[in-house]
Design a protein around this ligand. Structure first.
Ligand SMILES: Nc1nc2c(ncn2[C@@H]2O[C@H](COP(=O)(O)OP(=O)(O)OP(=O)(O)O)[C@@H](O)[C@H]2O)c(=O)[nH]1
Length: 257
């Protein structure tokens, strides 16, 4: 890799890794999306088609490029930051870093290249390992679906992988004709939104539970030990959740799926 290439790689990556939502307009939400896949499957073409609405005919192996785009999803303004990554092995040293920073992932293979789908299996494992979660916003993309004569991966093959991955949303796309390109990006943004809403709800519930627990442990201090009749009431109070009568506290323990 030339010095100039390395410099460009690092500047795109550093922008992606270090830009945080705190630096953005607070009315907007920041979404870091990483496009992953083998070399030549069309990651740059899909990304550039989504961001700029143009199709790139020439093939110039990507080192790492980052793009910004503002879109509205379900009435909410979103600042997307998209990292188009290198498919070629020699450029993948920084992968761990950007996977850590990414909130959503597009895993792209080409329907004309069976190996590119196989390569995604290891890539997905790497994403789940680095994110330390099975619940990572992600879509599976089978690109170049316009090349029907060269197709070696069927729609059913793609569907089977989506099932194996726990029903990860699956799109066949054509960067050339902009088929399903916007849909795939919007899907991953929606997944990020849902995950963030779920995380903030869980945080809120945890806070409420901690507040409640603190309030419940408070009477045990010497000055506040309840008198006889109060002790019975306190005992009843403690038993109520076990009997399932305290619906208020029970609701705070609900599990969000
Ligand atoms: N027919 C057709 N060709 C495509 C499509 N998407 C990409 N290509 C072509 O495939 C070649 C590779 O596309 P790129 O977008 O550069 O692939 P990439 O995955 O970014 O490649 P790396 O940068 O090496 O990782 C280019 O010549 C594109 O014009 C598509 O949907 N249909």
């Amino acid at each position: 890799m030339s010095c100039l290439s390395q410099l460009w790689t690092h500047s795109a990556l550093l922008r992606f890794v270090h830009n945080t939502s705190e630096t953005c307009n607070t009315n907007r939400s920041d979404y870091k999306i990483v496009v992953l896949g083998a070399g030549g499957v069309g990651k740059s073409s899909v990304t550039v088609q989504f961001v700029q609405g143009v199709y790139v005919e020439s093939y110039d192996p990507t080192i790492e490029d980052s793009y910004r785009k503002q879109i509205e999803v379900d009435g909410r303004a979103c600042d997307l930051e998209i990292l188009d990554t290198a498919g070629v092995a020699q450029f993948t040293a920084m992968r761990e870093l950007y996977i850590k920073s990414g909130k959503g992932f597009l895993l792209v293979y080409s329907v004309t290249d069976a190996n590119s789908l196989k390569e995604l299996l290891a890539l997905r494992e790497q994403v789940l390992r680095i994110k330390d979660s099975e619940n990572v916003p992600m879509v599976l993309i089978g690109n170049k679906c316009d090349l029907e004569d060269d197709r070696v991966v069927s729609i059913d093959d793609g569907i089977a992988v989506s099932h194996e991955w726990g029903l990860v949303p699956f799109y066949e796309t054509s960067a050339m004709y902009k088929t399903n390109v916007d849909e795939a990006f919007v899907d991953v943004v929606r997944q990020i939104m849902r995950k963030e809403a779920q995380t903030s709800l869980e945080k809120k519930q945890l806070k409420e539970m901690q507040k409640q627990q603190a309030a419940e442990t408070k009477p045990s201090t010497a000055a506040e030990v309840p008198v006889a009749s109060d002790t019975a009431q306190a005992r009843n109070r403690q038993q109520e959740p076990l009997n399932g009568k305290d619906t208020k506290s029970g609701s705070k323990c609900c599990v969000i799926v």
